[in-house]
Ligand binder design. Structure first.
Ligand SMILES: NC(=O)c1ccc[n+]([C@@H]2O[C@H](COP(=O)([O-])OP(=O)(O)OC[C@H]3O[C@@H](n4cnc5c(N)ncnc54)[C@H](OP(=O)(O)O)[C@@H]3O)[C@@H](O)[C@H]2O)c1
Length: 249
């Protein structure tokens, strides 16, 4: 998809990868970027970067009314980036089940809600693209990451399932599978499991740039950093090897 002139909405745009994606879309000539966050005040520094093109909008993945309202406000969107996500550390067999449920509700059901709200918008604007920020964690069950890998595997499956439905409506669907990225989320993971510090960490800006390269090249599966690319290569030829690699982290 042509990024220049597109009208983009990025969820979770106030920090981390989402904020870097906003910057990357602006740098590549997007006409407008709706920066979505559950706390619109947290978007002030993002809007200040380019007040003429960045529009703040409230989207809380756990609040369907905010999603419906955003689809009305941002009625000219042609490119939706489902980036917002959460995680909760623990082992599935004994951690708080409420945390597992919350992560699944946010990363899977919340993302699905946003997609359902915006697919008709994008179609009505002549077509475009949906980009789901998943994780290499979708390909294996890292034990200490609780319900996170399952939520991302579910999002990966969703991405595959909607692709054939959206193609005839003029909407391409892309999955992005980052490895470890230097953000608040990864800092929290490191705080619980310092062993993750042994892995190379990409910057959010790198991941954002590579994601846009993938969209522009019409790549369905985007591996936006060097560790992700290594896992992606292995996943294509040896999925059990990936399972062992990720479960051994
Ligand atoms: N960092 C990594 O190593 C890594 C690797 C692979 C994939 N990813 C994925 O990349 C995406 C961005 O993560 P990040 O690393 O940039 O993490 P981050 O810095 O923790 O940012 C997470 C973003 O998601 C938002 N968010 C969380 N729950 C939300 C909800 N219910 N409604 C709306 N927004 C919500 C947060 O908003 P608040 O500021 O309001 O909390 C924040 O903007 C996530 O989907 C994550 O799973 C990250």
């Amino acid at each position: 998809m042509d990024i220049e002139g597109s009208v983009v909405l990025v969820t979770g745009a106030n920090r981390g990868i989402g904020r870097a994606l906003v910057d990357a879309f602006l740098a590549r000539g997007a006409a407008r970027v709706y920066a979505a966050a559950r706390n619109p005040a947290s978007l002030d520094p993002v809007v200040a970067g380019d007040p003429a093109r960045v529009v703040p909008v409230e989207v809380d993945l756990s609040a369907p009314d905010t999603i419906a309202a955003a689809a009305t406000t941002a009625a000219d969107v042609t490119l939706l980036v489902n980036n917002a996500g959460s995680h909760g550390m623990g082992h599935l067999l004994d951690m708080d089940l409420a945390l597992v449920e919350e992560v699944m509700r946010t990363n899977y059901l919340g993302t699905l809600r946003v997609l359902r709200a915006f697919a008709p918008v994008i179609e009505g604007n002549g077509g475009g693209a949906v980009v789901n920020v998943i994780s290499i964690g979708a390909f294996g069950g890292t034990p200490s990451l609780g319900g996170y890998p399952a939520s991302k595997a579910a999002l990966h499956s969703l991405t595959q399932a909607v692709r054939p439905d959206l193609a005839p409506r003029g909407i391409s669907v892309h999955g992005v599978f980052p490895g470890p990225v230097d953000t608040d989320m990864f800092d929290d993971v490191l705080g619980h499991e310092p062993v993750f510090g042994e892995f190379p960490r990409a910057t959010a800006a790198e991941v954002a740039r590579a994601t846009l390269d993938g969209i522009a090249a019409d790549a369905e599966d985007i591996f936006p950093d060097s560790f992700a690319a290594e896992v992606g290569e292995m996943w294509r030829v040896d999925p059990k090897g990936v399972e062992r690699r990720l479960s051994g982290i």
